[in-house]
Design a protein around this ligand. Structure first.
Ligand code: NAD
Ligand code: ZN
Length: 344
């Protein structure tokens, strides 16, 4: 079991990679713990969960709402949960966001932990202490910074994960490599097929390296004043593509990364060779690298993005693989990259 540490103003978190769901009771007092999970995870893993009260929430982004959080508060009160208790979210990013937000706000904060059960939540969502829910159609509008005491990343849980969900995680792993680690990209190039097959050494190494990159960024900039923005690589255009075309997050971010790569060729001196490496690894993993895009619709969707500050948008570009910079770009600049992908 490998341990990684997050030290933030909002608490400390230890992430255990290679730990097993069956060892959860080593991290909690089962008599004082309430579990939060969703229907799919419950159906697949109910026999492997410790004997604790379980709160089940719905699946999908619509379930990540204040209404669900209200339901969770009701259940916590019914179970007499107080600050001497512990709340454990067992699931993907949606369950972890709901559980983390509910735990951080119920009675002004109850200790909590996660068993992360999707690749995306292992390499991204359960790392970094952001916990939030959607509101009025806007993603993650309401939330807190608060660190889980522990996060268990059990790669065996990924064996039951649908292929498309796995791709969402791979897209974030490529993102981490692109912004911070050429060696991680080189490893992916070596081991892509093993990773897709969930060969244990390969997938655990990818999870570990990916978490280390995000943890390093978060340790330097927990509240996203500067460097943490680099984690948005591919996401400005990606979120717009997700909204406009209804692609999965991983597919949309993959195309968004290629748009950012195209802009990086023009503006920050990324070489064509390195751009080709990123496109090639995305393709090998089964992710799309272009898509017919309507530049106007994409620009409109980006304009509505809550992270937009005035006219200029802090946009993440690459100087090289492993070396990202945030530049202020206009919507028009971004539109031109979208236009080029459309042309290809
Ligand atoms: N807090 C953060 O910093 C942060 C970062 C990135 C993403 N997120 C959030 O994470 C969410 C997406 O998370 P996700 O991609 O994990 O999606 P998800 O939580 O919706 O899980 C995907 C699907 O897989 C199912 N599932 C989960 N584990 C399974 C398993 N082991 N076997 C079979 N099925 C399983 C779920 O029930 C769900 O249907 C988004 O809401 C996003 O905003 C948060
Ligand atoms: Zn993402």
């Amino acid at each position: 079991v490998k341990q990684l540490q997050i030290k933030g103003g909002s608490g400390e978190s230890t992430i255990y990679v290679g730990e097993s769901l069956s060892h959860l009771t080593r991290y909690i007092d089962a008599k004082q713990t309430v579990l939060i999970t969703d229907q799919n995870v419950w159906d697949t893993y109910k026999d492997q969960l410790p004997d604790c009260p379980v709160i089940r929430v719905g699946t999908g982004e619509a379930a990540k709402s204040l209404a669900t959080v209200g339901y969770v508060y009701d259940q916590l009160m019914a179970y007499n949960v107080d600050r001497s208790s512990c709340i454990v979210g067992i699931g993907g990013g949606i369950v972890c966001d709901i559980a983390g937000f509910a735990a951080s706000t119920y009675m002004r904060g109850v200790p909590f932990g996660f068993v992360s059960s999707t690749l995306l939540s292992q390499v991204d969502a359960s790392v970094g202490g952001k916990n939030g829910v959607n509101h009025r159609g806007y993603k993650n509008m309401v939330g807190v910074f608060s660190q889980p005491r522990f996060v268990i990343c059990d790669a065996d849980l990924l064996l039951s994960l649908p292929k498309e969900e796995l791709l969402n995680g791979f897209s974030e792993i490529v993102k981490h490599a692109a912004i911070a680690s050429e060696p991680l990209l080189a490893y992916l190039e070596d081991a892509a097929e093993k990773a897709i097959d969930l060969e244990k050494n390969a997938i655990e190494k990818l999870i570990c390296d990916s978490i280390r990159i995000k943890a390093d960024v978060v340790n330097r900039d927990e509240k996203e004043q500067g460097e943490r923005r680099k984690l948005n690589f591919g996401h400005t255009i990606g979120h717009a593509i997700e909204k406009v075309y209804g692609l999965s997050h991983g597919q949309a971010v993959s195309i968004g990364m290629m748009a950012a790569v195209t802009l990086s060729l023009q503006r920050t001196g990324l070489s064509q060779d390195q751009a080709d490496r990123i496109a090639a690894i995305l393709k090998r993993l089964g992710l799309p690298v272009h898509h017919p895009l309507d530049g106007v619709a994409i620009m409109e969707a980006i304009g509505k993005d809550k992270k937009r500050a005035g006219e200029a948008i802090g946009f993440v570009l690459l100087r090289d693989i492993g070396n990202a910079v945030v530049e202020n770009l206009s919507l028009e600049d971004i539109g031109s990259a979208v236009g080029e992908l459309f042309a290809s």
